[in-house]
Write a protein that binds this ligand. Structure first.
Ligand code: GDP
Ligand code: IMO
Ligand code: MG
Length: 423
């Protein structure tokens, strides 16, 4: 592994990023979550137990790995406290966790507004957000009325920031008929956060620079996937940040040329949570079969995930946007009992066949065109080398790699740390 590696979602999210970061973090000095907030649900299963991480980086289980919640993130310290309790209850020390001073704070009004904005939309227009306040918090960041972790370290400055931001927030809350907040009430909350987390809020850039200059191993952990990217995803059904390798540079403080490797994590089929187009989606019994065998239920919200076949057109687009140096294919074992397996290799749009990903409106009317393969019909979960895989599984993985345009670096054949093939 080279020095700086980004691990990003190549599809709609939930590709198994947490699982891959947990595996690679064992040999890393630094793991940086570079965007998003506690809308993530990164599942990690290792010798410490089973965890659903939301904002905490997936390198937390290694005491010698520093874990940074980076400048590009949005942080809810209430849910972080709950998450830390769940981790420490299983004997994991969290002295190695830090939050960058530049991270924005998810305030209670952000969560209230997220819920209300969603509720106000028609069924068709609903984004299906996690209601964790992500969109409203990033909106305030963009309008320069956000509150940052740094503000917790200076109470006078914090009061000024809240006094500036709150009148407009209260007007928005009252528009939706929601309870308004007082400055004192928010100051009390922030004082509690400062007491709990003040010692973890640092300027992480000097640490990151030093680690880089000393040639240490750094992992940049993305949340979600390119199809939910604010610029390149299925807008407006996106999240409010950039989960791409470009976003990794911005959110971690490492210029793009310092990132040596970009690993695109992708399932060998597809899933999506929330609204928006999803070209290779399956319905009825076929979808239910993939969902139940794959355990496709949201790690944050518990919602059933929409499921479908692997979409090579969308993932090739993802490869272009992220410039993958390699792929981590996950959940190969889930297809062990499927007699036939499909890959979407083109779309039909208005009677025309296209092999590139068009903009959202055209995705909504795109019909998938599939290649079909014979399944391998045997257990792959114990495979630890390429040679251990049945021929049909090898052919299927190679075809994905060929269509996407990036070499396979890892194949995951189970949720546990060691259920992986290194290429
Ligand atoms: P993330 O958000 O990208 O980290 O992915 P999630 O944790 O939300 O969803 C991935 C799910 O698949 C989790 O339940 C993982 O434990 C599980 N998982 C990851 N890789 C594999 C695999 O290779 N095989 C199986 N069976 N499960 C996997
Ligand atoms: P990980 O990190 C799957 C989806 C929501 C919604 C859209 C915007 O586990 O891959 P937001 O709350 O960010 O405003 O919601 O993005 N979404 C996810 N889908 N996995 C996640 O996280 C998600 N985080 C958000 O369903 O459509
Ligand atoms: Mg997830």
């Amino acid at each position: 592994m080279s020095n700086v590696t980004s691990i990003v979602g190549a599809q709609w999210g939930d590709e198994g990023k947490g699982r891959i970061v947990d595996y690679l973090a064992v040999n890393s000095d630094l793991v940086i979550r570079f965007q998003g907030g506690d809308n993530a649900g990164h599942t990690v299963i290792n010798d410490k137990g089973k965890f659903a991480l939301h904002i905490i980086p997936s390198g937390i289980f290694n005491p010698n790995t520093m874990n940074i919640v980076g400048a590009g993130t949005v942080v809810n310290f209430n849910t972080m406290a709950t998450e830390l309790e769940a981790i420490t209850a299983k004997g994991v020390a969290v002295d190695n966790l830090f939050v960058d001073v530049r991270a924005h704070l998810i305030m209670p009004y952000h969560c209230d507004l997220d819920g209300a904005q969603e509720q106000n939309k028609s069924e068709k227009m609903k984004i299906g957000t996690t209601k964790r306040g992500i969109g409203p918090c990033y909106s305030d960041k963009a309008t320069r009325s956000g509150i940052r972790a740094a503000d917790l370290l200076d109470m006078d400055r914090l009061r000024n920031r809240i006094e500036m931001a709150l009148p407009q927030k209260n007007r928005e809350l009252s528009y939706f008929g929601l309870k308004e907040y007082t400055v004192d009430e928010l100051m009390a909350l922030c004082t509690k956060w400062k007491d709990q987390f003040g010692h973890k809020i640092i300027d992480t850039l000097p640490v990151v620079r030093q680690a880089y200059e000393e040639g240490r191993k750094i992992l940049l952990e993305g949340q979600l996937g390119v199809m939910r990217d604010l610029d390149w995803g299925i807008y407006p059904y996106t999240t409010s940040s950039s989960p791409t390798s470009g976003g990794a540079g911005v959110g971690s403080g490492l210029g793009p040329r310092r990132i040596d490797e970009v690993i695109g994590v992708t399932k060998v089929y597809s899933s999506s949570v929330g609204g928006g187009p999803f070209m290779s989606e399956l319905f009825g019994e076929e979808a239910e079969r993939l969902r139940s065998i794959g355990g496709e239920y949201g790690a944050t919200t518990g919602r059933p995930r929409r499921c479908g076949w692997f979409d090579a057109v969308a993932t090739e687009f993802s490869c272009w946007i992220n410039d993958f140096t390699g792929l981590a294919l996950t959940k190969l074992d889930i297809l062990d009992t499927f007699e036939t397996i499909k890959i979407c290799t083109a779309y039909r749009v208005n009677g025309e066949i296209i092999n590139y990903l068009p903009e959202t409106a055209l995705q909504e009317i795109a019909e998938p065109i599939y290649e079909e393969y014979d399944g391998w019909m045997c257990d792959t979960s114990k495979a630890r080398t390429w040679e251990d895989l049945p021929k049909n599984a090898q052919m299927f993985c190679s075809r994905i790699s060929e269509l996407v345009g990036a070499p396979i670096k890892f194949i995951s054949v189970g949720p546990e740390r060691d259920q992986i093939i290194i290429m």
